[in-house]
Design a protein around this ligand. Structure first.
Ligand SMILES: *Cc1c(COP(=O)(O)O)cnc(C)c1O
Length: 443
């Protein structure tokens, strides 16, 4: 599920501690490691079934490995984009699609996923749900306002259970339609409506695993006992998984939270004040977010796992657009997380430098993480692993601006889809029209 009916978020009852098992875990191939981590949370799925689901998820769908680590200059890069849509969201959404299918087969019934996307999440969600028995997926995007590559990635999926909807409006309009329909509990029940957005706990769960695998790989390569991990983040989804991995005992000494100019999270971790400002359009559109939907989960732990305190802070934030936590001794909000934001010129500079010096092309999201890693001295101290969240071929304009040529931003998977047939429904910016479309097309 996404949001609970009361608007809150789900969390595990407790965070398991695996620090005594690191010696065994570090020898496991990715699918086995995923099984050992995920089974600690998914205690209601029989182990053999869970193993099958995980093997199916992390097999040939990920070309060249799920989360391979490569050394580049002073840092290591963990390429999380080897899945079908070339973005890290595949790591969790492929798992989620398989979990949906499994649970629906056991329980019977259907699930209709309704999503709104400004680009990247939509394609990863579609690839996670395509052709899954029992699941229909409806993804709205603002007509004419997603990039040509993103549009192709979504609309070239022709499976009968996939429905792309171009809304005559903005991304905010799409989100408004989605939230209004999701809040209509009668409609939600009648059509078994679910969500696949970043507040779905299973997405966080699927992401915990690569923090362990990345830390193990870098520890083995360097002989270090612990590493730092730099995470480009928007909704606090990816880095929340990292923070939980730290709490579970992963060999990680610090997380580096990287934002673009939309720096609400960086400001929070530097001052203790979380306050909304305007949304800027940047080279890393998947991080152009002000209110981070997973931040509330982190805040729960930060206020001593006290639901009343959390509720009061979130109410204050809802009313005033600002909330504040006490900073600890030494003036830090959390000694596990340091943070910095990357400006446009720094991102362009990092892409250009890495291309020239190391012959490695960073996508603009990954470049934010690399810039932050450099700010915190990547060459000294514990080694730094930077998470690469997308393949550069998804963002050819930024690569061209940085390097003078889009030639470095090519991938055969992108080229292959550019000539495929597409299917998409155009609808007005109207809640009832979308409801009717769902009702008419629900299998
Ligand atoms: C979604 C996305 C992010 C941000 O991830 P969060 O979970 O929102 O922190 C970063 N990079 C890319 C390429 C993405 O698609």
């Amino acid at each position: 599920m996404g949001l609970a009916d009361d608007g809150g978020l789900t969390l595990p009852e407790s965070i398991p501690d695996v620090s005594a098992q690191l010696g065994e875990l570090r020898e496991l191939p990715y699918p086995q490691l995923a099984f050992e981590i995920i089974k600690l949370f998914a205690t209601d799925i029989p182990e053999d079934d869970l193993r099958g689901l995980i093997d199916k998820t992390y097999g040939e769908q990920f070309v060249g490995g799920v989360a391979p680590v490569v050394p580049v200059g002073d840092i290591f890069i963990q390429e999380l984009w080897h899945g079908p849509t070339l973005a890290f969201k595949d790591v969790a959404l492929q798992l989620l699609g398989n979990l949906f299918e499994y649970i629906l087969a056991k329980r019977g019934g259907k699930l209709r996923i309704l999503g709104a996307t400004s680009g990247d999440t939509g394609s990863a969600a579609i690839y996670g749900c395509r052709n899954r028995a029992g699941v229909d997926i409806f993804v709205m995007h603002p007509d004419g306002r997603v990039s040509p590559i993103q549009h192709r990635q979504m609309t070239s999926v022709l499976d009968a259970n996939v429905h792309n909807i171009a809304i005559d409006g903005s991304f905010d309009d799409c989100q408004h339609i989605m939230k209004t329909i999701a809040a209509d509990l009668d409609f939600k029940r009648e059509y078994s409506l679910g969500a696949i957005n970043s507040v779905n706990w299973a997405r966080v769960l699927g992401q915990i695993v690569y923090y362990f695998s990345g830390a193990f790989d870098v520890c083995k390569a360097t002989g270090a006992e612990k590493i730092r991990v730099s995470v480009p983040t928007g909704n606090f989804g990816d880095i929340l998984a990292g923070w939980i991995a730290v709490k579970m005992g992963a060999p990680i000494s610090q997380l580096i939270l990287a934002t673009n100019e939309n720096d609400i999270l960086a400001r929070f971790f530097n001052t203790g004040e979380y306050s909304i400002s305007e949304v800027f359009q940047t080279l890393s559109p998947s991080m152009d977010i002000q209110v981070a939907s997973n931040f509330e989960r982190y805040l729960y732990y930060r206020v001593g796992s006290d639901p009343a305190k959390l509720r009061s802070l979130m109410e204050t934030f809802g009313k005033t657009g600002t909330l504040r936590v006490d900073v600890g001794l030494g003036g830090t909000v959390d000694h596990d997380i340091v943070s910095d934001s990357a400006e446009r010129e720094q991102v362009i500079d990092a892409i250009a430098r890495y291309s020239e010096k190391y012959n490695y092309t960073l996508d603009p999201h990954t470049a934010c993480g690399v810039v932050a890693a450099e700010q915190f001295g990547a060459a000294d101290g514990d080694p730094v692993l930077c998470l690469a969240t997308a393949h550069p071929a998804k963002f050819p304009e930024a690569i061209e601006e940085a390097t003078g040529s889009a030639a470095l931003a090519k991938h055969p998977q992108i080229e292959a889809i550019m000539n495929l047939p597409t299917r998409c429904e155009n609808l007005p910016n109207d809640i009832d029209a979308v409801k009717k479309f769902i009702a008419d097309n629900a299998s």
